[in-house]
Design a protein around this ligand. Structure first.
Ligand SMILES: NC(=O)c1ccc[n+]([C@@H]2O[C@H](COP(=O)([O-])OP(=O)(O)OC[C@H]3O[C@@H](n4cnc5c(N)ncnc54)[C@H](OP(=O)(O)O)[C@@H]3O)[C@@H](O)[C@H]2O)c1
Length: 291
């Protein structure tokens, strides 16, 4: 990286793995575009080192970090402050170091919202169906509830996890929820819905040829079908959505917007979202397909 000085603010990504992450190229593009004296680096941090890694943020005066698998849920006890939304979701993907006080945020949730809004979809008053009940599904569900969704149906391989998420959503937002496993009648659940979100890794490289969780006959034209996966850009689920005449969206928007919102928390500046997206897409074209 060119131009690093004694005054350069250091940001980073903690996770395992981080080798193929697109965040460094995305954040460094943004710093350079705005002429900021900042740099963003990947740090391989294993789960059992989370306490040391958070201590290192303080000791090394890192200005901020992102967290990815498997640290988003584990980092919470080590922070000084956690914003309400991140606490409800139970996951922090962004830390801001405010003079040694480490504040945790979840930008996946508003990042997802920003991505669907950028695609012209307003979730207010609409019913949604979510596939999955892990970290991403939690972020998406809380984001939709906060944005005024009318109801959320959660389907997960392990139904207990879906039920736990529904309970947490109800406790915070009191909106109608329903749950089931993946053998449920998904087509029936989709009848009154306008949004379908795949928050499972089904369809992700290198398992991109495996059968999608839904096929075209179960979808209807009134749906926006979002797959949070961005590798490949068009999953088999999105191919089915296209064939069914649905609008569809891949996970690049959420990836870019969660990064843009972290950038804004760190710098107080408006993120150059289009440039960040361009950098991500270019890196995806040129790198091997594990990223
Ligand atoms: N675009 C973005 O910015 C972005 C951000 C975050 C995540 N994502 C994507 O979202 C997906 C989920 O990530 P996550 O962080 O939520 O992971 P996670 O916490 O590990 O949750 C994974 C979820 O998928 C389900 N699942 C896993 N393998 C499955 C299979 N073979 N068949 C059916 N269900 C399966 C799990 O069900 P069980 O509970 O039954 O195990 C669980 O509900 C990944 O593809 C990830 O790349 C994208």
């Amino acid at each position: 990286m060119m131009g690093i000085k004694g005054s350069t603010k250091v940001y980073g990504l903690f996770g395992d793995p981080v080798k193929h992450s697109l965040s460094p190229v995305m954040q460094n593009t943004a710093f350079q575009a705005l002429g900021l004296d900042c740099v963003y680096l990947p740090f391989l941090v294993q789960s059992n080192d989370i306490a040391n890694a958070v201590q290192a943020v303080r000791a090394l005066h890192l200005a901020g970090v992102n967290l990815t698998i498997p640290l988003k849920e584990r980092v919470l006890p080590y922070l000084d402050e956690i914003e309400k939304e991140a606490e409800l979701i139970g996951a922090v993907n962004t830390i801001v170091n405010r003079n040694g006080r480490l504040c945790g945020y979840n930008t996946d949730a508003p990042g997802f919202l920003a991505s669907i809004r950028a695609a012209g979809f307003n979730p207010s008053g609409k019913n949604a169906v979510i596939l999955g009940a892990g970290g991403a599904a939690r972020a998406v569900s809380f984001a939709l509830a906060k944005a005024g969704a009318a109801g959320i149906n959660i389907f997960n391989r392990g139904v207990e996890k879906a039920e736990r998420l529904a309970q947490d959503l109800n406790a915070a937002y009191r909106l109608p929820t329903a749950t089931g496993d993946l053998s449920s009648d998904l087509a029936a659940a989709l009848e009154g819905a306008e949004l379908l979100v795949n928050a499972t890794p089904v369809g992700m490289y290198p398992n991109h040829t495996s059968a999608p969780l839904l096929t075209r006959n179960q979808l209807h034209q009134g749906l926006l079908v979002c797959d949070l996966i961005y590798n490949p850009l068009q999953t088999r689920l999105l191919e089915e959505a296209e064939a069914a005449g649905c609008r569809f969206l891949n996970g690049v928007g959420m990836l870019v917007w969660q990064g843009a919102l972290a950038f804004q928390l760190w710098t107080g500046r408006k993120a150059p979202v289009a440039l960040m997206e361009e950098a991500v897409l270019k890196a995806m074209e040129t790198e091997d397909r594990d990223g």
